[in-house]
Design a protein around this ligand. Structure first.
Ligand code: ADP
Length: 495
């Protein structure tokens, strides 16, 4: 008998993905994770995936601004100490293609900040994110929506994988579900004293070195690494680096043991959100850069600094932490500022860096613009109005700043590590694809000589224009990376 070929009209069922993240643009953001969580699901929806996002409902998320509507008035989340109640709100992103579910519990999430204040992390973060991780199973049941893939992100969601394997394996709705865990930054591990274990609901048999114990503490990140079916990180170079003793943050052994299931996929940027042609008050394109100069003028006026088109502006937008190479900048600050340059900084973070930067601003008031805050509007103006974007990171899983800067024709100056190594091509006279300046060793003198090279190049207009064009032509859209994630999801689904 001849088999009928499937009708052309037969629809291949869409792969279903639930994206689980503790911060998502535009609702809440402390760093690059939020950018990824806001952009990748949209790119997946464009590839015909059925994708939803779940995140906590923080105090800062305005119901009216983001059109949140109540969806589930009460659901129960089983925790070690008993059932805890939650409610769920809903909104949409990506032309209403991607639902976003917000888990509300005022005790855990109705606070000023996401993770802690300047005094340190909230004391009950272990409980807050165990609750969030467990709540997603209650959510799926309530929605009667069972995705093929749970895409987890960073330590805040590490327990999801452990919960699925421990509590839901026998349930037909969950048993075939696959987990993919993305490491956005291995340095943040969600390490907690073991007395929190009963609260999570997991048993003591989980508290072993090959599961979630890390030197007598519970590691939420390790739970994600051990229990997820597949691991990714946000650039190919970082995927290699984290398996080394030098850069594995103590988890290199676990990562090496999972090397066959560990992939590096470069982050993209949301090219609609970051687009000099439309969202700047001075729109410009690679073909007409005139308005970039106007952005520079406006930036300097706002910062109370002198405008001179011949003086290059270095921009720095960063969390102010040990990771970002600030100590290198401090090491060289005097010789660096003795050049005819200006430095505009936007960042928040460690109190000691705030103090040091304020001190430098007092010493060099006419050279430094200092903004110790989180400010999306100003960030966009700095990306547009600067000439050189400074990112001398000690390590950098992917880094979005350098890609956003390139989109705005601002030339990145970076250290060769992680995603910076994968995206910035060092200038050399014969390198046709140069789009920035790269130094290799984590050393002040190497950073200084790199800044000198960049300043020299800035003063050669033809060369500078060539670099700007190369930078602006780079394609950092999510399209390619989303396809790579989709490939992984499909492989996981088959396995
Ligand atoms: P990380 O995730 O380590 O903080 P990334 O470079 O991957 O670093 O992403 C940082 C993101 O946060 C970028 O979008 C950057 O523009 C933004 N950002 C960092 N600090 C600030 C700030 N103070 N104000 C506004 N945006 C900021």
């Amino acid at each position: 008998m001849v088999q009928k070929s499937p009708s052309r009209k037969t629809r291949i069922p869409k792969i279903k993905i639930l994206f689980v993240a503790s911060e998502v643009v535009p609702y809440a953001k402390t760093g690059g994770l939020a950018d990824v969580a806001g952009a990748l699901p949209k790119a997946l929806a464009e590839l015909e995936c059925e994708v939803a996002i779940v995140m906590p409902k923080y105090q800062s998320i305005s119901d009216s601004k983001y059109r949140l509507s109540p969806l589930i008035s009460q659901m129960w989340v089983p925790m070690g100490m008993g059932d805890v109640d939650a409610s769920v709100f809903q909104s949409f992103i990506g032309n209403d293609q991607v639902p976003v579910y917000f888990i509300q519990n005022n005790h855990y999430f109705d606070r000023d900040q996401l993770y802690g204040t300047s005094d340190g992390d909230y004391q009950d973060n272990a409980e807050r994110f165990a609750f969030f991780s467990r709540s997603i199973f209650s959510l799926m049941k309530e929605l009667n929506w069972y995705p093929d893939i749970l895409h987890l992100n960073d330590w805040q969601t590490g327990l999801v994988a452990a919960y699925q394997k421990n509590f839901y394996r026998q349930d037909a709705h969950f048993s075939k579900m696959k987990t993919l865990f993305t490491i956005h930054n291995l340095a943040y591990q969600g390490l907690y004293p073991k007395y929190f274990l009963p609260m999570t609901g997991l048993g003591w048999e989980e508290f072993t070195a090959d599961r979630i114990e890390y030197y007598d503490q519970i590691s939420y990140l390790k739970a994600g690494l051990v229990y997820s079916d597949c691991l990714t990180t946000v650039s190919p170079t970082y995927a290699d680096e984290i398996q080394t003793d030098e850069m594995g943050s103590g988890l290199q052994g676990v990562l090496r043991s999972r090397t066959k299931n560990l992939f590096g996929i470069l982050n993209g940027i949301d090219q609609d959100e970051w687009d000099p042609a439309i969202d700047s008050s001075f729109p410009y394109t690679v073909k007409n850069l005139k308005n970039k100069q106007e952005a520079k003028r406006k930036l300097l006026a706002e910062q109370g600094l002198r405008y001179d088109p011949q003086t290059p502006i270095f921009g720095l937008i960063s969390r102010l932490t040990n990771q970002k190479g600030l100590d290198l900048i401090f090491d060289i600050l005097e010789p660096f500022l003795s050049m005819d340059i200006q430095l505009i900084i936007l960042g928040t973070g460690d109190v000691r860096y705030h103090q040091m930067l304020e001190d430098f601003k007092n010493r060099f008031p006419e050279k430094i613009g200092l903004n110790l805050k989180f400010d999306n509007r100003l960030a966009q103006l700095i990306y547009a109005g600067s000439d050189i974007f400074l990112m001398p990171s000690r390590f950098e899983p992917c880094g979005l700043g350098q890609m956003i800067a390139m989109r705005y024709g601002t030339i990145p100056l970076v250290r060769k590590t992680g995603g910076l190594a994968d995206t910035v091509k060092n200038f050399s006279p014969n390198a046709k694809e140069s789009n920035g300046f790269v130094f290799e060793n984590y050393s002040g003198p190497d950073l200084l000589s790199c800044t000198k090279k960049a300043v020299e190049a800035f003063h050669q207009p033809k060369l500078w224009k060539f670099l700007i064009q190369n930078a602006m032509k780079c394609d950092f859209s999510w399209k390619n990376s989303a396809k790579e994630y989709l490939k992984l999801y499909l492989n996981l689904q088959k396995s």
